[in-house]
Structures are given as structure tokens and as C-alpha cells.
Write a protein that binds this ligand. Structure first.
Ligand code: GTP
Ligand code: MG
Length: 151
């Protein structure tokens, strides 16, 4: 099983979409192992999006992600990082098929509701989990339906 980092961005929180988004992952069979509702300090936002620091949209991205509360989570499951990214859709909601989170719930590239670790950037999941959570905040428990979810 793999763990991956997900967060509902300030637009998703303010639009009341936390429950909808959490439900999609729960219903898929992924297991929630950590979650917290926080305002991201600017230095943490800059580190989290460090790969984009030379891009023209970097300042605006950091302004936005620090503009209100986010709901940060860790989800666990088989191939979780890739599975979650498929559920999230493309970076631009306009390119995201219906049925994906961004395709169903977003309209604009800069207000795309959710962040998820990138399966094309190996190690980004572990790096982001460590950035946002202490080891003690990651909770180990059984979901009884795990026996039915995996061959
Ligand atoms: P995250 O899950 O937020 O990391 O999105 P992503 O992995 O799908 O995209 P990426 O990491 O490439 O970009 C991070 C965020 O920057 C995106 O979610 C967008 O909100 C924003 N972004 C990316 N490209 C552009 C762009 O060309 N213009 C603007 N304004 N924003 C962008
Ligand atoms: Mg990204």
C-alpha cells in the first residue's frame, strides 16, 4: 500500500466542497490516515510549490494557497498516488474529463479546487506528507472492507 498527500485548496474549502471530495476518496476504498484544517504559512507554501519558483504564476499561486484555510490529508491504498491523480484530473479543469474532481467541480486553472502529489514526480508523496504532517499524526488502523477491495 502507498500513501499520498492531498489538500482541498482555499477555493474548495470556501465553496463547501470538503465533504464531496473526502467522500469520493472514501467511496473509492482509499483509507484516510491523516487530516488537518490549517492556514498554510507563507514559507511552507513556498517550499511546497518550490518546483514552480521560477514560473510567472508562482507569486499568485503562493498568494492564493495562503489566502484561506486548506484541508490537508493523507490517503492510503494500492498505487494511491496514481489512483488519486486520475480521480483529480488534469491541472486545467477545462482539460479534465467529467467524472474527475477538477472536471466536475472546477472551471479555472488557477482555482482548481484540489492539490494532489504527482505520480510523475517519484517521492513527491513522501516529501509532501513529511512537509505537512508529523509521524505521530499518521494513524494506522484497519478498514474492514480492505479484505474485499484487494485481490
Ligand atoms: P497541484 O496539485 O496544485 O500541484 O497541481 P498540478 O500538479 O496539477 O499542477 P502543477 O504542479 O503543474 O501546478 C501547480 C498549480 O499551479 C496548479 O494547480 C495551478 O493552479 C497553478 N498553475 C499551473 N500552471 C499554471 C499556469 O500556467 N498559469 C497559472 N496562472 N497557474 C498555473
Ligand atoms: Mg503539482
Amino acid at each position: 500500500r502507498e500513501r499520498t498527500f492531498v489538500m482541498v485548496k482555499p477555493d474548495g474549502v470556501k465553496r463547501g466542497l470538503i465533504g464531496e471530495i473526502v467522500s469520493r476518496f472514501e467511496e473509492r476504498g482509499l483509507k484516510l490516515v491523516a487530516g488537518k484544517f490549517i492556514e498554510i504559512p507563507r514559507d511552507l507554501a513556498e517550499e511546497h510549490y518550490g518546483e514552480h519558483e521560477d514560473k510567472p504564476f508562482f507569486e499568485g499561486l503562493v498568494d492564493f494557497i495562503t489566502s484561506g484555510p486548506v484541508f490537508a490529508m493523507v490517503w492510503e491504498g494500492g498505487d494511491a498516488t496514481r489512483q488519486v491523480r486520475h480521480m483529480v484530473g488534469e491541472t486545467d479543469p477545462a482539460e479534465s474529463p467529467a467524472g474527475t474532481i477538477r472536471g466536475d467541480l472546477g472551471l479555472d486553472l488557477g482555482r482548481n479546487v484540489i492539490h494532489a502529489s504527482d505520480h510523475e514526480d517519484p517521492g513527491s508523496n513522501e516529501r509532501e506528507i513529511e512537509l505537512f504532517f508529523d509521524e505521530a499524526e499518521l494513524i494506522d488502523y484497519e478498514r474492514p472492507d480492505e479484505a474485499l477491495l484487494y485481490e
